[in-house]
Each structure stands twice: as structure tokens, then as C-alpha cells.
Design a protein around this ligand. Structure first.
Ligand SMILES: [Zn+2]
Length: 247
């Protein structure tokens, strides 16, 4: 038996299927990550073919059947399609990066409304251009790591709990931030730049970031990628960020 259900969704990716159809990967508010088939999507007469496109925020109707791996889409309306984001390659790279992280970090059918609202909010900020897209992306990345159980611990020393952002500090990918004194008791510590640490804390606390250099903004993304690769060996980095010409 199939039931007709309605939910909001973000289109993570889309591919051609058969002669005229498409299969899309969606992150939905009510059912988590699911795949849907849009029959006849590539026919010029299709009502939903153009609407179901990567990064669009939709209200959708599905014929849902638990036993089916790919659900059948029966209706879709645009809530937001972020036109400014799609016309700017730099913004687009980071928005694709958001979709790529969600595809990588969430299991099928894992429902998380906080992450859903987070994606909608972050795409809207990237679209608005209110701050550099790499900062907005950094905010999402650090939030998503926490929500999916890969939190980076940068608030205080993981061993003694002291907060001293003026001395030598290190990072251990299992434990988190380690102060100079505690390095004696922990192996595998990496130097962490103080500026980077301050910036990561701004992202984590969702504070205004002020004037950090572009180098620090990039270093933070690389740091989070390295952290994730350490904890999730299948993760190969965010390929969207390498798309198009780097500045
Ligand atoms: Zn310590």
C-alpha cells in the first residue's frame, strides 16, 4: 500500500534516468534523505522537471511506499530557488558544498529537522550575499559536524579544561584542543594557529567574524575536512569546492 504524503525538501542532486525521467536525491523535513523518481521530467511538457533541480527548496507530494527504495514524486511547488546564488560561481560552489556534506554525512531516512532548517537558512544567507560565502559555509560545516556526532572541540583544553588562548595550543583529532602543558600526556598533537582557533570559535558560537584573512577562512574549511577524514575514512573531501576557477 502506498500513501500520499506532503513534505518540504531541498534537492541535493539530480541525474537522468531512462529516456525521459530523472532521479533526485532530496533532503526532506519529514523523512530525511530519500530518492525520488520524477517520471517524464525531461519532456518539455513536464510540470515538475524544471522545478526539481539541484538546490531548490520545494514543497512536494509523494506516493510513499515503505518497501520501495525510490519514491514516486507526484507534485512539487517552489518555495525558494535562490537565483542570486545560482548566478555566482563562487556562491554556487559553497552551496553545492552544503548539499555534498548532507549527502555524505546523513544516512538515508535519518530525520533531523534542525539540520533541515539549518540548510534552508544557510542557502538563504549565501544567496543574500550578507557575508563571504566561505564564512557562511564554515558556519554550516561546524554546525553539521556537531549535529552528526563529529563535533570539533575548540572551546578549552580537552584535558584540563582551562581556556588560555594566548599560549601554545595543539589539536588532537580524537580529543580536541590541547594546551601546552597537557601535551606531555597526549600523543599525536598538531600545532593549531591561534587565529584559526579564534575563527573556529566564532563559527561555532555563530558570532560575527570581523576581519579574519581569506587564508584563515580557507584554513578553517581545510581543518574541518581533515577532522572529518580522520573520523570518517570514506570521506574524500568536498569536491564541489574544487569546482570552477579558484580565485
Ligand atoms: Zn590542558
Amino acid at each position: 500500500m502506498s500513501e500520499i504524503v506532503k513534505t518540504e525538501a531541498i534537492v541535493l542532486s539530480k541525474m537522468n534516468y531512462g529516456d525521459t525521467s530523472s532521479i533526485a536525491s532530496l533532503f526532506t523535513e519529514e523523512f530525511g534523505k530519500i530518492s525520488v523518481i520524477v517520471k517524464g521530467a525531461r519532456s518539455p511538457k513536464s510540470k515538475y522537471g524544471k522545478i526539481v533541480d539541484q538546490l531548490n527548496y520545494l514543497s512536494i507530494v509523494l506516493y510513499k511506499k515503505e518497501s520501495r527504495e525510490i519514491q514516486l514524486l507526484s507534485g512539487a511547488d517552489i518555495i525558494e530557488h535562490y537565483p542570486s546564488l545560482k548566478n555566482d560561481l563562487d556562491k554556487l560552489r559553497y552551496a553545492y558544498g552544503v548539499a555534498e556534506l548532507v549527502k555524505n554525512l546523513l544516512a538515508e531516512h535519518e530525520v533531523n529537522k534542525r539540520i533541515f532548517r539549518g540548510i534552508v537558512k544557510i542557502l538563504s544567507i549565501i544567496n543574500s550575499g550578507a557575508e563571504k560565502p566561505e564564512i557562511t559555509f564554515g558556519r554550516f560545516f561546524i554546525f553539521l559536524l556537531k549535529e552528526t556526532g563529529y563535533e570539533i572541540q575548540v572551546n578549552s583544553c580537552a584535558i584540563c579544561g582551562k581556556i588560555k588562548f594566548d599560549s601554545n595550543l595543539y589539536y588532537n583529532f580524537d580529543k580536541g584542543l590541547i594546551c601546552g602543558e597537557c601535551t606531555k600526556t597526549v600523543v599525536d598533537n598538531y600545532d593549531i594557529n591561534l587565529e584559526l582557533l579564534r575563527y573556529l570559535n566564532c563559527l561555532k558560537n555563530n558570532e560575527s567574524t570581523g576581519n579574519f584573512s581569506n587564508l584563515i577562512l580557507q584554513k578553517a574549511i581545510n581543518f574541518m575536512e581533515t577532522h572529518l577524514k580522520y573520523h570518517m575514512p570514506d570521506f574524500k573531501g568536498i569536491s564541489s569546492l574544487k569546482l570552477f576557477n579558484q580565485r
